[in-house]
Ligand binder design. Structure first.
Ligand code: 26W
Length: 827
């Protein structure tokens, strides 16, 4: 150990001097951070070189390419030190140099290139692919501005730009040599050459796609370093377009530059509504076309025929945002590689697989034909032809089912239905939890399910337990490893070995201590940031996720209003003190959800300053919920609020992160809560509310009257009235919420579920007071959490969809290659 630390120190000091020309103690924290990242990246390259040597074998391994508009990777430094097995050594070594590792970690910006669930899922999946030794590469956009930063000002959300590249981002490597040109606009000239129709895309707007690569390092697996390739859009000339400029058309030159740069300028902050903006389509085509060109170039280096393409390449499209992969791959095969339609189509379908992440109708992507035609004229022609052939084939197979064809066609009413394109153009369609897949099969995509039953399958989501437990909760991880060994880090299902401890009082007390300690950490953060004291021995009841009507933060705050009413009426009421914590961002244009934040912060202000309560309740809205904050929040939770309207949340992944940290789920039977309940058993979860089929029946047949719920339950009527009767101030702030509940008949069944929610909450509150029973259930949640690791999910994708092998066994200590190699590297 000693020599290792000393050699690290030597390497670090040398690196710092090389970069800065001075000793580390003269540098800023940023400079020290950058030197550490550069040093680690260099050590990684040692093994990457070895890897590319393997790669020269003629029989190239099958590659998985994960196409996603979002990768919410968060910070990398601390996580990679853990994955390399050198966090302690680095920490101690730096300490001896008078440097605090935590200060350097704090210098790193969260890479917030995603909105929420979908973006974080893709980051977890890259993590697990690297760990499992699958050659899996991410493909996305290097947005100059990530998801906005949220401030709460006077109780309202204010958005600030996330200028995460302001300094430099030392993990990335610009690969100018691999730049490609993506062609937009213009028109297509058709010519018959030697009897073959040939297409020429002319007068197009060229956009340079410049790749930046970020290494993806899995735990203990330095043998396989994968790559996240993010594309940046640049104008074709480094300076103004001199042709236009010299001809005096200055504005045209400037317009070209800014139109191009706009493509990778900013991440769209909407995570559930499709606005149909032209720029968004340009983003989608941009990274799809650029990514595919890399794939083809790499493939051609190793192969001289495309017939084996689908055996060597799997392309996964994360929701429909990269669905233009289908026509673009067809274009490359036909226009550039001279394949005929049928062969190109077979290879395309066999290569592409598709995950759907939402059933919300307003989130389904549809592009007006006119926009597609003008931005991507050749792609539009191909989509038209896919649609024509699809209709023809269906007509042939099911001549009587005209409706079926209309319902499933790609182009209809002047719009291109991206989900239809994705289903028709891929070999696999999966939902992200059992219930969600069932809803896809029986409702949203039911016609397709009758046509292609063999394409449909479920892949319940998973999360990186190494990031959200091992890294985020070091004390719990230590307790676990001391009790059952370290296998769980590599084999998440080994967490089940904890189950015998559910009756071990001494262990449960230690577990409760760890939780208390994590709650203190969060309480300190709240105190520092907001100057509000919360009691770490109160129950921490937490709902953190994007704010959306269907996720029903409203139901939660109405529960809190009701509790507050009752407490004021009867101060002796026997309820255990509780701290209610919220966090989450709202899409900037989503006024309704913004008013829900305002309702939460208004109640927080009132409750937190009411001396009569004696601190029995506190309400906290934590601003700027992001990956780093999430890592502090999950370990501190007692209750995990997963209360979406049944059928609406495709899976949820926060539910899994809370569970792995020993929180009890209070939730509806929605998304993956269904699987969580099955895993832990009814005694270890609190379920309430309408079931998905009941909700769907109401949607289909009607019969729900929110007014009746309101009239028939005085406690509920009271809180709803308080939204508009002046109790919350004189402004008309919450009239929109009130109307959504009563005039618009409460689309998300908040009023309908209110009674069972508050009753169930009260039972949970009582349950918490039985400390051992509670701790024992928390432990069951941890022990059964292993199945929700993204390792499990990725193994299923690898087995059933991508057909690629992975490393599955736990290596013995001598084979822990990552750690050994890095030790080597420092010798
Ligand atoms: C076009 C606008 C838009 C943007 C993003 C529409 C839809 C999306 C995403 C598909 C929404 C999303 O993030 N869905 C979430 O995906 C998670 C990962 O599978 C699930 O856990 C969540 O339940 C689901 O809401």
């Amino acid at each position: 150990m000693i020599w290792l630390k000393d050699s690290f120190k030597k390497a670090y000091v040398e690196k710092f001097i090389e970069i800065q020309g001075s000793m580390p103690n003269t540098g800023t924290s940023w400079e020290k951070y950058r030197a550490l990242v550069v040093l680690i990246k260099e050590k990684m390259k040692i093994s990457q070189a070895a890897e590319s040597m393997n790669d020269s074998s003629p029989d190239q391994e099958k590659q998985v390419y994960y196409f996603s508009l979002e990768f919410l990777i968060g910070k990398l430094l601390s996580y990679y030190l853990i994955n390399l097995g050198i966090k302690d050594v680095v920490q101690e070594g730096l300490e001896e140099l008078g440097i605090d590792l935590e200060d350097l970690i704090a210098e790193e910006n969260d890479a917030a290139l995603g909105n929420g669930g979908l973006g974080r899922l893709s980051a977890c999946y890259l993590d697990s692919m690297a760990f499992l030794g699958i050659p899996g590469q991410g493909n996305g956009i290097r947005y100059k501005y990530g998801l906005f930063q949220q401030k709460i000002v006077n109780g309202f959300q204010v958005e600030l730009p996330d200028n995460w590249l302001k300094n430099e981002y030392p993990w990335e490597m610009r690969k100018s040599d691999n730049t490609v040109v993506v062609k937009f606009k213009g028109h297509v000239r058709t010519e018959s050459i030697k009897g073959k129709l040939t297409f020429f895309h002319e007068d197009y707007e060229p956009v340079l796609a410049v790749p930046y690569d970020i290494p993806m390092l899995g735990y203990g697996n330095l043998n396989r370093i994968n790559n996240l390739r993010l594309w940046s859009a640049e104008p074709i000339k480094d300076d103004l377009d001199w042709v236009s400029f010299n001809q005096g058309d200055y504005s045209k030159a400037v317009a070209y530059r800014s139109e191009v740069e706009a493509i990778s300028y900013i991440l769209y902050p909407e995570d559930s509504s499709h606005a149909g903006r032209e720029l968004r389509l340009r983003q989608e085509y941009f990274f799809t076309a650029a990514g595919l060109s890399t794939i083809i170039r790499y493939f051609k280096k190793k192969n001289n025929s495309f017939s084996g393409f689908a055996r060597k390449v799997a392309i996964h499209i994360n929701d429909t945002h990269p669905a233009l992969c289908v026509p673009e791959l067809m274009r490359i095969f036909m226009d550039e590689e001279d394949l005929g339609w049928d062969e190109a189509w077979n290879i395309t379908v066999n290569t592409i697989s598709f995950t759907n992440h939402t059933i919300l109708p307003e989130a389904l992507e549809k592009w007006p034909v006119e926009i597609m035609k003008s931005q991507c004229p050749r792609i539009y022609m191909i989509i038209e032809e896919i649609d024509r052939r699809y209709r023809e084939e269906m007509h042939h197979m099911h001549p009587e089912k005209r409706d079926l064809i209309e319902h499933t066609a790609i182009i209809r009413d002047g719009q291109i239905h991206m989900a239809h394109l994705a289903v028709i153009g891929s070999n696999s369609v999966n939902g992200v939890a059992e219930l969600h897949t069932k809803i896809l099969k029986t409702q949203v995509l039911k016609d397709f399910y009758t046509i292609y039953p063999y394409k449909f399958n479920n892949k319940t989501n998973g999360v990186s337990h190494r990031r959200f437990l091992l890294e985020a909760n070091p004390d719990l991880s230590r307790l676990i490893s001391e009790s059952i060994g370290e296998d769980w880090i590599r084999q998440s299902e080994s967490l089940e070995k904890l189950l015998p401890y559910t009756s071990d009082t001494a262990f449960l007390e230690k577990l409760a201590d760890v939780k208390y300690h994590n709650k203190c950490r969060l309480a300190n953060y709240i105190n520092d940031k907001m100057n509000i004291q919360v009691d770490p021995s109160s129950i921490f009841d937490i709902q953190v996720k994007r704010i959306h009507a269907y996720k029903r933060q409203l139901l939660n705050i109405l529960k809190i209003m009701d509790l507050y009413n009752r407490w004021r009426e009867d101060p002796s009421m026997d309820i255990y003190p509780t701290t209610f914590i919220f966090g989450g961002k709202v899409a900037p244009g989503y006024q309704y959800a913004k008013s829900i934040i305002k309702l939460i912060t208004t109640m927080a202000q009132r409750i937190n300053t009411d001396p009569a309560l004696g601190g029995k309740m506190k309400v906290i809205f934590l601003e700027n919920f992001n990956v780093s904050l999430a890592e502090m929040i999950y370990p501190a939770a007692d209750i995990s609020e997963q209360i979406s309207t049944a059928s609406q949340e495709a899976s949820g992944t926060g539910n899994m992160k809370f569970m792995l940290n020993g929180a009890i789920t209070l939730g509806t039977l929605d998304g993956a809560n269904v699987e969580i309940r099955r895993a832990v058993g009814d005694e270890n979860i609190a379920i309430f509310g309408l079931k998905a089929n009941e909700v769907m029946n109401y949607y289909q047949w009607g019969g729900y009257k929110s007014w009746e719920e309101y009239q028939n339950f005085p406690r509920l009527k009271r809180v709803v009235d308080q939204l508009v009767d002046g109790s919350l101030g004189s402004s008309n702030e919450f009239a929109g919420i009130y109307e959504s509940l009563l005039r618009d008949n409460d689309q998300y069944f908040v009023l309908k579920d209110f009674r069972s929610y508050t009753d169930t909450w009260q039972k949970v509150n009582l349950w918490y007071q039985h400390k051992l029973s509670w701790a024992s259930s928390c432990l069951v949640n941890i022990g059964k959490g292993g199945v929700f690791s993204s390792d499990r999910a990725i193994k299923e994708y690898a087995d059933d969809i991508w057909h690629v092998p992975y490393q599955n066994e736990i290596p013995g200590p001598q084979e822990q290659s990552g750690i050994n190699q890095i030790k080597h590297a420092y010798k």
